[in-house]
Write a protein that binds this ligand. Structure first.
Ligand SMILES: Cc1cc2nc3c(=O)[nH]c(=O)nc-3n(C[C@H](O)[C@H](O)[C@H](O)COP(=O)(O)O)c2cc1C
Length: 328
């Protein structure tokens, strides 16, 4: 799949996720086969107010490519400026958020609120397309609720004004994250656009990924929550699509190695004081799956220093090795 001139191969992408898809998580996902990663969303209004956090969210690793910077907002002028800032930061593409369901965001008319405002949404996409040379993509939900499935019509309009790909999260705003994704929405968008279509929502296994590609007409799949503590999912999906066979899951050594790498990068990027609380849930996800790991996962919630976190992972690894020995 190509987005503009950017080759996206394999067609397996990491979803933009606030609080998760930072530089460390993107590097890890890329190392395991995610071909395009996107930043956490950057609010165009906050950026206009020179918010340090917004600039920080746009920072990319040296050589990180291809990468998208996602921007959110409903003011065409501010969105155009945000897109130019993303381009200056080295993004290969700029992605517009039309899916965020959070009250604070939609009450400003941003995120999924744009799904209810066809002309406003088209103005935003057009302004962003005209402001930058890099490709512009839109990540959207199916609609506000099940009585207003606006994505097919909107996607067609976005393509007309120059969007180079659409990512469809197959839920409505009212579904939040809880209701199962309905991939029929992806099919409905496929009927209306010829630019690449990226399917998203409940791709939790390699079988899900293949089924989404085969049944919806999507050109690529985007994985969100299934990557938590399991960046290997990208490689497993790729292998399954190519061979029809499953790669074995990572063993305890590999999980500990990845958890330690993630921890180290987060401390480098954010400093220990910020990184450790953010890593508590991430580390717990890495430790999932071995008998008796519940106790270790609970202990992650009390971690305060890098040394403590490293000690806990080493301890868990010793326990997991012992378990593996007693299984064989
Ligand atoms: C913690 C979290 C943060 C998210 N932040 C964003 C975001 O910043 N921008 C966005 O477009 N979607 C965001 N999403 C939505 C995901 O990109 C994705 O569409 C959603 O999780 C569905 O995919 P999944 O079923 O594979 O998790 C977020 C989701 C989660 C769970």
């Amino acid at each position: 799949m190509n987005i503009g001139d950017i080759v996206i191969d394999p067609p397996i992408l990491l979803a933009p996720m606030a609080g998760v898809s930072n530089r460390a998580f993107r590097a890890i996902s890329r190392s395991q086969g995610a071909s395009l990663c996107t930043t956490e969303m950057v609010n165009a209004n906050a950026l206009a107010h020179k918010s340090a956090k917004s600039y920080w969210l746009m920072e990319l690793d040296p050589g990180e490519t291809p990468v998208g910077i996602q921007i959110a907002g409903s003011d065409p002028e501010l969105m155009a400026l945000a897109a130019q800032e993303a381009e200056r930061h080295g993004a290969d593409l700029v992605d517009i958020n039309m899916g965020c369901p959070v009250k604070k965001v939609v009450s400003n008319g941003d995120g999924s609120a744009l799904l209810n405002d066809e002309e406003g949404a088209v103005r935003v996409v057009q302004a962003v397309v005209e402001a930058v040379k890099i490709p512009v993509t839109v990540k959207m939900r199916a609609g506000w609720d099940h009585d207003a499935i606006t994505a097919p019509q909107l996607a067609e309009r976005f393509q007309e004004v120059g969007a180079k790909a659409i990512a469809l999260h197959a839920r409505t705003r009212s579904d939040q994250y809880v209701k199962p994704a309905n991939w029929d929405f992806i099919r409905q968008v496929r009927e209306r656009i010829t630019v690449p279509l990226i399917g998203n929502g409940d791709v939790n296994t390699p079988e899900d990924a293949l089924r989404m590609l085969e049944t919806t007409g999507a050109d690529a799949v985007m994985v969100g929550r299934a990557s938590f503590g399991d960046p290997w999912i990208f490689r497993r999906i790729m292998h399954y699509i190519e061979t029809g066979r499953h790669l074995p899951p990572p063993d305890a050594e590999e999980r500990a190695r990845m958890a330690l790498w993630h921890l180290e990068r987060m401390v480098e990027i954010k400093g220990e004081v910020v990184a450790i609380p953010e890593m508590r849930k991430q580390l717990a996800w890495y430790l999932k799956g071995t008998p008796g790991s519940a106790e270790y996962r609970q202990r992650t919630q009390k971690l305060t220093t890098q040394a403590e976190a490293e000690g806990l992972i080493e301890e868990w690894l010793g326990h997991a090795r012992h378990q593996e020995l007693s299984w064989t």
